[in-house]
Design a protein around this ligand. Structure first.
Ligand code: GYE
Length: 328
């Protein structure tokens, strides 16, 4: 009897010791810890570099790394989720202290997030989310730093309702299929226009957040829907492509068709000044200071919110001119 109790006790102690060893390697919430050091080697896995928004984001990350004296391992997935997964793999192999990841699509990048976690490397998501019913902030990755895309779509929709008097036949140029900004910018916009029965989306298709694709898609959709009176583009590059297609078709953007979009690039703000785009909801790409500050707070053991929201401006005729020169 006594012998058995002793064995049970030893077993219990052993189990407790194993459990404690497990927690010693992990923060309380299961996230990999980050040691406090003077300088770090961190990764930034960029999704593509084919538009001014991406270039501004990369510049902001690189200049902040320089300012902090941290080494930045930079990769560009060139628009391929599969390459981005491989890029994260190589960062894990290089033993970076933390990975900043701008996930191209919501689902395909989840394995990369989980693999980094298993390798003991914390991940901070920048500008786009992964599917949070599978991978969770505060458990599988540290946090998401980025805009409220549903709100951006809502603001674009509300502006369009107002400026068209609640009557419009809309062509929607959507972002990259399966990306969180494309999903959420559609949702917020659809919710906003649902309140006005005269607002109708006559066609919607992805232009992959790219200017030339936006132009091509607009050309096709305009041929099928010459009755369109408005364009909602999920980003400025596609809006610029749409302007080219509209003008080539003899339309007069700003006069016979209203254009609204999202980002705040220099070209788009100039197009507002020129009277061709009606309004732009900002999506701020300058993540550097916020990203590095968050990593430092995490290393210091601070509790990090699961979403660090980036506040966004709004541009129309009243303020675009004064913002053109500081835009990217
Ligand atoms: O609007 C777009 C870019 O993920 C918020 O991606 C970002 C979006 C941005 O390619 O221009």
């Amino acid at each position: 009897m006594l012998k058995l109790d002793r064995r049970a006790l030893t077993m219990g102690l052993m189990l407790m010791a194993t459990a404690m060893a497990g927690t010693a390697a992990m923060a309380a919430d299961g996230l990999p810890p980050m040691k406090q050091k003077d300088s770090y080697k961190v990764g930034f896995a960029q999704t593509e570099s084919n538009n001014p928004w991406r270039i501004a984001q990369t510049e902001s990350m690189q200049s902040e790394a320089k300012k902090q004296g941290w080494q930045l391992v930079y990769t560009d997935a060139a628009g391929s989720a599969a390459k981005q997964v491989a890029d994260v793999d190589s960062m894990i192999a290089q033993g970076v202290d933390l990975i900043f990841l701008a996930p191209r699509e919501e689902k395909p990048l989840i394995p990369a997030v989980m693999k980094a976690k298993r390798a003991g490397i914390p991940v901070i998501l920048l500008d786009r989310r992964v599917d949070d019913s599978v991978a969770k902030a505060g458990r599988d990755y540290v946090t998401f730093i980025g805009s409220d895309f549903i709100d951006q779509g809502r603001r674009a929709g509300e502006w369009l309702v107002k400026s068209t008097g609640g009557n419009a036949k809309i062509i929607e140029l959507q972002g990259t299929v399966g990306s969180s900004p494309a999903n959420d910018r559609h949702k917020g916009f659809a919710d906003a226009i649902a309140k006005a029965p005269g607002m109708q989306i006559v066609a919607a298709q992805s232009g992959d957040f790219a200017r030339d694709k936006g132009r091509q898609v607009m050309e096709t959709l305009l041929q099928a829907h010459p009755e369109a009176t408005a364009v909602y583009a999920h980003n400025d590059e596609m809006a610029m492509g749409a302007l080219a297609a509209l003008e080539a078709a003899g339309r007069k953007p700003g006069q016979d068709i209203t254009v609204v979009s999202i980002d705040g690039t220099r070209d788009a703000l100039q197009a507002i000044v020129d009277g061709k785009i009606g309004a732009v909801v900002e999506s701020n790409p300058r993540f550097g200071p916020n990203a590095f500050e968050t990593a430092k707070r995490y290393a210091a053991g601070e509790k990090i919110d699961t979403w660090i929201k980036v506040p966004d401006n709004f541009y129309d005729k009243s303020n675009a001119a004064q913002s053109v020169s500081s835009a990217y």
